[in-house]
Ligand binder design. Sequence first.
Ligand code: GA4
Length: 342
Amino acid sequence: MVVLAKGELEQIALPAVQRAAPPLAAVPEVDLALAAGGDGGRAGAARAVARACEEHGFFKVTGHGVPAPLLARVEAAAAAFFALPQQEKEKAAAPGGGSPFGYASKRIGGNGDLGWVEYLLLGVGAAGAAALPGAPLSAAPAGASPCSFRDLLDEYVAAVRRMTCTVLELMAEGLGLEDTGALARLVLAGDSDSMLRVNHYPPRPEEPGRLTGFGEHTDPQIISVLRSNDTAGLEISLRDGTWVAVPADADSFFVNVGDALQVLTNGRFRSVRHRVMVSSARPRVSLIFFGGPPPRQRLAPLPGLLREGGRRRYRDFTWREYKTSAYRTRLADNRLGNFEFD
Ligand code: GA4
């Protein structure tokens, strides 16, 4: 249960949008199983991925190869974790000192954003084991399989990272890059700054109306790969600023283009503004893998993307610089604005 101090509910309720967003009519979709086959399937998938990244910065992935039993185990373990007594969950809270990692409830980031959500945020460098505050994560939460929640999350991240790299290769192919491993390598690097977020949006059966679970924002990283249980809530903003609801699909993953990828493609791919609204009688549980580059990675247009005489849209900066700046902003801010050439 999300516990609110007096007055906080009003603050969370304020950004609620009352009118329901219409569903996204045709969710762009890429079948990785088809892409793995011959017969031009790969080239077709690469083109479809690039088109979706240009148009929406968002698409659905099917045929992803992440085993369904693993997804079911992770989902059950996450539900069991969030069902623990509040003081147990708090044992996994961020240790302080500015670290964003650990359990938190309602507060998103460090700059005053609130949402109807509780979550775990974990650092998951490519070298392996999730960097997390230990206690309740290392113990098997009630109802979970014998291996610990933490081991399970590591297994999940390994599988999702593999799939993410396939998607990044397709993006590179769709962009026509000679070096088709250029994007995937950033996420596979030993010091890749990747993260996993496990979100729980508690239901609100007693209060009709839509509440902001996670306010509108773009993700700073290269790519975000999301999976949720069968509960709606995710909405994306189209190019013209219209909000549309993404129908839930527990068998698929959803991919967001992040700000860093927008910069690496010199604006050809666009990072998608998205949010999560809560109105359901059912809890929503989602897991998001954020594929980030190493801190010292320079973010600049990838070789081959700047045609002769082409203009760079962003000034030179590293991922560390961008992340530091992003973490000082409010959720809804346009974070790339400060890095654009006039
Ligand atoms: C959005 C994407 C990821 O969830 C996240 C978020 C981070 C946080 O929750 O601490 C931020 C947000 C996200 C962007 C702006 C800053 C930082 C909250 C916030 C207000 C973990 C991330 O990397 O950036």
